[in-house]
Design a protein around this ligand. Sequence first.
Ligand code: GDP
Length: 343
Amino acid sequence: MISDVSGATERSMPADATIYVAGHRGLVGSAILRHLQGQGYRNLVTRTHAELDLTRQAAVEAFFERERPAYVFLAAARVGGILANSTQPAEFLYDNLAIQTNVLQAAWKSKVQRLLFLGSSCIYPRNAPQPLKEEYLLTGELEPSNEPYAVAKIAGLKMCEAYNRQYGTQFIAVMPTNLYGPNDNFDLETSHVIPALIRKFHEAVSKGADEVVVWGTGAPRREFLYVDDLADACGFLMNLPSGTIDRDFRQPNQPVFINVGTGKDMTIGELAETIAAISGFRGRIRFDPSKPDGTPRKILDLSRLRALDWRPKVPLTEGIRKVRDWYAGESHRFTGKETDRVS
Ligand code: GDP
């Protein structure tokens, strides 16, 4: 078992390996980049969206031909919260299918040694038993509020499975639970719940507003993982020696993906109270049931990851404090409608 990737003999990715992090400006990609830099990796390749549009197949193939990365972290995706998914289903399908198809195909063609594909816990059926095990994939209907994203991600991990089985690639996929951290999307229409609530409570405190509106009933349960913990898990999995999790890659019906989470969940109401307390908000929290609740509960089964001896490190309150501090330092960048009630 590997516990320290600094031991050159033990880690699969050498310190001078060429590693491409796709989506390095996003929540997950930026955390993976920080993690790799912290681990001493010095040959990291990145491209901004303006430099390389991953939905353009020819551009992606030319990039892989030129750069020849040995390892790839595929964290580029169109992501968004419950509302963005239901208002932009075409973009969620097109962009994600195009990005992953182009990158996976180019990675295979250019003989990338190992690739890690970022999925999402919303791939699981809405009514699957909880906690969600990897084997529950495609055993029932998806949650409608994020079906376009889930369908694209399922196609992506099925592509990883197919390429591994047919071409002998080492494409692994992780299914993280709901994530939060710096560099997240703080737009109140399209963000996920933690950045939205950090922003709403921050603005309420700075404007002296006495009420914050939280979407839905407050009853749904979610599990939240600090993004640096996910990045650590990604680095850990990419550095596992050949044969640890990939020995069955070529077998039919063997999932190539692995859940990453904390094993703890809470209601949205409890989350709102936690963020309110951390933000110093003493006013009223009002739930707005006209907004969607989404899936009633989403908690991952972590047996597979725990068997590899990996655990998250950042407790929720510490992670929320870090993001609140980050947001407070950056909040001048986020301009929104200035109202007494922050919804
Ligand atoms: P989901 O896990 O895919 O449903 O993604 P979200 O993070 O968008 O939503 C999680 C839960 O938080 C849902 O039940 C939302 O209704 C609830 N929620 C409460 N307030 C907000 C908010 O301001 N923004 C978002 N995105 N969700 C909120």
